[in-house]
Ligand binder design. Structure first.
Ligand code: DQQ
Length: 529
């Protein structure tokens, strides 16, 4: 489901379900007979063309400074938490192939949110259990000094009983709990029964992705949901112990639109991965639907438990989905998102890996009351030697000569630009063809910023100046402009030669400053750990 939907979002054909996928490669009979899936095939290699570890490590399209599993598919960040001096990241993961399926929680740990070590899978489906078809997204909190995980368990049921009906799957979704007393969170113990069942309502479009927060001695949980013909919703529950939950009311709700699709995520009638938290003096709700992530900022009435939305917007214009936030050790609100593939499924499946985690982004309330975001300043430790285009009174010729010195041996760099509200265009090129291009045109209303063929709206500023930070990491491009507008995209090109920068003479003075730092990889190879 999720994988298929995501790839529609990014103009990639729908992914097959696991069953369809296995049937496609001729193993459905074996699967059905064994009942236990991919490992039951004995000596017959299931993915004969699956790349080796060294091929994966050398794949030039694999990011070097982002978190991703050594191989196979990943999607949403789950339960990111700072615990006992370390950052723990869990994420949706398929251990068997680079396509969505068999969802479980992979686990990685970091001292600094940048460098990661992979640990064994933390949560996996229990055969015959309420999560037998998948451990979907959720949250981690600390309750009475015990790390506690709330996640959605899914199992196949008859269509009439299903809460997730996307045209491919009929899943019953229930909220489940697991705990860990292990300081490294390596071992999670599940409760025998779910802690929350879905409401019985034929119009329900889904019931998943719990986000959990505490207010005093009470716990609250928002569950992603919606109503057919009405819109997406977040359902609010309350508990004292995370085990018994009382339904309160709808915390937030979308509007009806007349889009038609079997999958309610496509019509906006199902909100996935809600995240609700205090930020400065306001509250923020994030939710994912129609392949995009939206934010709402407003006041939260602590007595009535009602969220009054004041401002709303789009979190990212590109390939960024199902984000989840956490507090870091200094109480900053840090956001993580899944960066999906935008190339055809056959390509990423053959590559043996799919998806990566965004860099950590700090959230704040911007001066205009909207959502502000920036890659954490500690990412500067990944910078190698700076190239800076001289500004000031230098002539165009002197600037051109300086630009001519610029070389990048790998597509892995951070760019920082300041520019006036005048059109400009730059290309990073290996001499044969542009690797990617970046341009700004204040007259192109609603599409002022263009990156590798994708556009974003960048409104004028009071000062008339803009700033932009862009991280290029192999096939991943993460760009944030004016600490407000985010555009994450993918570029699937391999380099023939070193990259250089090309800026037309006429545009040289529109860019008041340009710095580029090659990025240090976060591990000795491309395997993250
Ligand atoms: N991905 C998970 C779901 C969630 C979706 C399944 C969003 O829990 O709704 O992999 O990408």
């Amino acid at each position: 489901m999720s994988g298929s939907r995501r790839n529609k979002a990014t103009s990639v054909p729908r992914l097959p379900s696991r069953r369809e996928f296995l049937k496609g490669i001729g193993v459905s009979g074996v699967l059905a007979a064994s009942g236990s899936g991919l490992t039951a095939l004995g000596a017959r290699p299931l993915f004969p063309e699956s790349p080796s570890q060294s091929q994966l490590a050398a794949d030039p399209l694999r990011p070097q400074s982002h978190l991703l599993p050594k191989r196979n598919w990943m999607n949403d960040p789950n339960g990111p938490i700072y615990w006992r001096g370390k950052y723990h990241m869990f994420f949706q993961y398929n251990p068997s192939a680079a396509v969505w399926g068999e969802m479980r929680w992979a686990h990685a740990v970091s001292p600094d949110m940048l460098h990661w070590e992979h640990l064994p899978v933390a949560l996996a489906p229990t055969p015959g259990g309420y999560d037998s078809e998948g451990c979907f997204s959720g949250s981690a909190v600390i309750h009475e000094d015990v790390a506690t995980f709330l996640y959605t368990g899914v199992k196949s049921v008859a269509p009439a009983e299903a809460t997730l009906r996307d045209g491919t799957h009929n899943f019953l979704e229930v909220q489940c709990l697991a705990t860990s007393s292990d300081p490294e969170l390596r071992t999670l113990t599940k409760l025998a029964a779910p802690v929350l069942l879905p409401p019985r309502d034929p119009k329900l479009t889904g019931f998943r992705d719990p986000c959990v927060w505490r207010d005093g001695y009470l716990w609250y949980m928002g569950v992603g949901s919606g109503q057919r013909g009405v819109g997406g919703q977040v359902l609010l529950y309350r508990s004292t112990n995370l085990r018994q939950w009382e339904y309160l009311h709808v915390l937030a709700s979308g509007k009806r639109n007349d889009k038609q699709s079997v999958d309610p995520v496509d019509t906006g009638e199902m909100w996935e991965c809600p995240d609700f938290f205090a930020l400065g003096r306001k509250f923020v709700l994030l939710y994912s639907t129609e392949r995009k992530v939206f934010w709402q900022i407003g006041e939260y009435d602590p007595k009535e438990l009602v969220f009054h939305v004041e401002k709303s917007g789009l979190l990212d214009y590109g390939a960024f989905y199902a984000p989840k936030s956490q507090l870091d050790e200094n109480s900053r609100r840090i956001l993580w998102g899944w960066i999906p593939e935008t190339r055809p499924e056959a390509e990423f499946s053959a590559a043996g890996w799919a998806g990566c985690m965004s860099l950590p982004r700090e959230l704040f309330i911007a001066a205009d009351g909207g959502l502000g975001l920036r890659v954490i300043e500690e990412a500067a430790q990944l910078r190698a030697m700076e190239f800076a285009l001289p500004g000031g009174k230098l002539s165009a010729t002197a600037r051109r000569d300086a630009l001519g010195q610029f070389r990048l041996s790998k597509p892995s760099a951070e760019f920082a630009l300041r520019f006036a509200a005048k059109p400009w265009h730059l290309e990073l090129t290996d001499g044969e063809s542009p690797f990617f291009s970046l341009s700004f045109n204040p007259h192109n209303t609603g599409k002022e910023l263009q990156i590798a063929g994708q556009s974003a709206s960048l409104a004028s500023t009071a000062s008339g100046e803009h700033e932009l930070r862009l991280f290029l990491d192999a096939s991943v491009v993460e760009c944030i402009a004016d600490s407000k507008v985010s555009l994450t995209t993918r570029v699937y090109k391999t380099l023939k030669e070193e990259l250089h920068l090309s800026i037309p003479d006429s545009d040289l003075f529109a860019i008041s400053s340009l710095s580029v730092w090659p990025l240090w990889p976060i591990s000795p190879d491309r395997l993250t750990t």
